[in-house]
Design a protein around this ligand. Structure first.
Ligand SMILES: Cc1ncc(CN)c(N)n1
Length: 234
């Protein structure tokens, strides 16, 4: 560990229940994701701006696919309460994260028209289509497990960088991105998602199907790691 923030101590909810067990059981891949050189470059402000700009464009396109997966979660839900939860996650992505993203891209000189007309990178295609495949072929628990690294990983990165004394604040062009993912609105979205995953785990029998769930979760984590490089190849 290269700084003091630790999920186990600073945000125990990330480490409990089904999400926490999955995270723990693929810890090597998880650390590759949340401690990636891209994240270090964001923390100390040394990431090349071009890589970040391309990343933002691809991330906009990714969030649209993620919102579509949420819509499939509404469709897959067996109860009205689960439908409402998936619908509120979708609204959180479209109305909060994507909306903040568009405003944020503008600060980086990227207009929404440019975002919409960009071509999808291979990293984006692989990751988003993997999620959408699980959405088509699995049940609601399969889908929510596959979607979990996206939700939890950026929250962990945001919370850690936000709290870390090693993060450069003054003059860091990426500080507002850190504040977005370390902020209250995103934190709330993630905590709701973790609690929902636990509720689904009980009702959908996660224990008996754990190896399959862990495989999907780990694949999504590896695809998250690859996605940090999307700015390089876009
Ligand atoms: C690829 C990716 N993964 C996660 C997040 C955070 N929802 C994101 N914006 N983009």
């Amino acid at each position: 560990m290269d700084d003091e923030w630790q999920a186990e101590r600073n945000w125990p909810l990330l480490t409990t229940g089904l999400a926490g067990r999955l995270r723990r059981d693929c810890m090597a891949q998880w650390l590759d994701f949340v401690r990636h050189p891209f994240v270090r470059g964001v923390a100390d402000g040394t990431l090349p701006p071009g890589a970040f700009r391309n990343f933002l464009i691809q991330d906009y396109l990714y969030l649209i696919q993620y919102a579509r997966a949420c819509a499939l979660a509404v469709y897959k839900a067996d109860t009205v309460a689960d439908m409402r939860h998936a619908a509120s996650l979708m609204a959180g992505i479209l109305d909060t994260e994507l909306a903040m993203h568009v405003g944020y891209c503008r600060q980086w000189g990227i207009e929404e028209a440019a975002l919409q007309s960009a071509e999808e990178s291979l990293e984006l295609l692989a990751y988003s289509r993997f999620i959408l495949d699980r959405a088509q072929t699995g049940d609601l628990l399969d889908l929510m497990v596959t979607m979990a690294p996206c939700l939890i990983g950026y929250a962990e990165v945001g919370a850690r960088l936000h709290a870390s004394p090693l993060t450069r604040r003054e003059g860091n062009p990426y500080w507002s991105w850190i504040a977005l993912y370390g902020g209250d609105e995103y934190t709330q979205l993630v905590e709701d998602g973790i609690r929902q995953l636990d509720a689904l785990a009980t009702r959908y029998g996660a224990q008996a199907r754990y190896p399959t769930l862990l495989r999907a979760f780990t694949t999504a984590v590896r695809l998250e790691t690859a996605f940090w490089g999307t700015g390089r190849s876009a």
